[in-house]
Design a protein around this ligand. Structure first.
Ligand code: PLP
Length: 407
């Protein structure tokens, strides 16, 4: 696939040809999870049918093959994100676990009275782990960067929050509600100028843009496979080796030890120190197929296509009386959060579903942001590589049908 051949791309996703209540499926909930191409599903199948044996534990052939598949994925991810070595690529259950790992392990090294900078647009996955740390360490303080009316971070305020106590900054690369693409490189450089390490929640960025962790110079970068056409249940924590070496293990168990005795236990080398227990090695083995899918089209082409769809949809949506779109940053990813008049987001989502249009409704795991916007939730439409203008038309037509019913 060299050109952007939408029919060929859609052909990779059998689910897209199904119907919902007799209507063609229009899947616009890609921010929650993207659909999975056949190549990934076949690799998962093969992982179970041809390769299944536990990794890193056996001398037998099957175990070695399964281990090789997993470690091949680690090398692929290293190259995909531009990490320096496989030691910096830790497999997790997803973005959530990656951030919990950092908050729990790296957080245990924070100095007394340390301050953590977050932003008001964070997903709960980048709020609650820090609060859990704080519940064990009441001396720690959390500070929050606000947004402007367009949904952009107040960078001046961000800079003003740093002081001698600041020990961590953690923020999303792209907001899952507003779509805002944050200037993370600039934000990281500023934090580093104050000696502060940075975690970037990349869950909504990496499916839509090229990410180079060395270029960003982030200390940690977290993302989930299932939002980037890959298997569910796996994700990645990238961490700079210098930090990972100092950090205590996050969980204990098999795989993460060098030697265990009741007198004392020593831990495995990186990255295994942070990978206790049997990983989802079948999912990990299949993940490279998702990266191949993205690479074969080209991430810039995917982003360009999604952006076109978003602009097309937003222009049509703004013709609808009472339409409010939340998140109007010039630098925006393909997410549209909206409300119409005083129609409840839940009712809107229910009726759109009756017309085959699958959108997300609610607070999108960003309750502090909802509170900041003074609303309980939104309807959210989000786009992926396989969406089409015809689907946007169907979405707009569905909106125009349900709005009069709900008004
Ligand atoms: N961070 C952001 C910005 C998200 O959008 C999400 C999921 O929607 C997460 C974190 C959590 O991802 P996961 O549930 O895959 O761990």
């Amino acid at each position: 696939m060299v050109e952007y051949n939408i029919d060929e791309i859609r052909g990779e996703f059998p689910i897209l040809s199904r119907t919902i209540g007799g209507k063609p499926l229009v899947y616009l909930d890609n921010t929650a999870t993207s659909q999975t191409p056949r190549s990934v599903v076949e690799a998962i199948d093969s992982g179970y049918l041809d390769f299944k044996a536990n990794v890193h534990r056996g001398v037998h052939t099957l175990s070695q093959e399964a281990t090789e598949l997993q470690e091949e994925c680690r090398r692929r991810v290293r190259d995909y994100i531009g990490a320096s070595s496989v030691e910096e690529v830790i497999f997790t259950r997803g973005t959530t676990e990656a951030i919990n790992l950092v908050a729990s392990s790296f957080g245990s090294l924070f100095p007394k009275d340390g301050e953590i900078i977050l932003t008001v647009m964070e997903h709960h996955a980048n709020i609650v782990p820090w609060q859990l740390l704080q519940s064990r360490r009441p001396d720690l303080k959390i500070k929050v960067v606000d947004i402007n009316d367009k949904g952009e971070l107040l960078l001046e305020q961000y800079r003003s929050l740093f002081n001698n106590h600041t020990c961590m900054a953690s923020f999303c690369h792209v907001s899952n509600v507003l779509g805002t693409i944050n200037p993370v490189k600039e934000m990281i450089a500023y934090a580093h100028s104050k000696g502060v390490p940075v975690l970037v929640d990349g869950a909504q960025a990496i499916p839509h843009m090229h990410v180079d962790v060395k270029d960003l110079d982030c200390d940690f970068y977290a993302f989930s496979s299932h939002k980037m056409y890959g298997p569910t249940g796996i994700g990645v924590l990238y961490g700079k080796k210098e930090h990972l070496l100092r950090m205590p293990p996050y969980q204990g168990g098999g795989e993460m030890i060098a030697h265990v005795s009741f007198e004392g236990t020593t831990f495995a080398e990186l990255p295994f120190k942070f990978e206790a227990g049997t990983p989802d090695f079948v999912g990990i083995g299949a993940f490279p197929k998702a990266l191949d899918f993205i690479d074969e089209i080209g991430i810039e082409k995917i982003a360009g296509h999604e952006h076109e769809l978003m602009e097309y949809a937003e222009a049509k949506m703004m013709e609808i009386p009472g339409m409010r779109i939340f998140g109007n940053a010039p630098d925006k990813s393909a997410v549209i959060s909206f409300l119409v008049g005083d129609i409840h987001h839940y009712d809107m989502g229910m009726l759109l579903d009756k017309l085959g249009v699958e959108v997300r409704t609610g607070h999108h795991c960003a309750q502090p942001l909802m509170q900041r916007l003074g609303i309980s939730g939104t309807v959210r439409a989000s786009f992926a590589a396989y969406n089409t203008k015809e689907e946007v038309d169907a979405f707009i037509a569905a909106l125009n049908r349900v709005i009069p019913i709900l008004s």
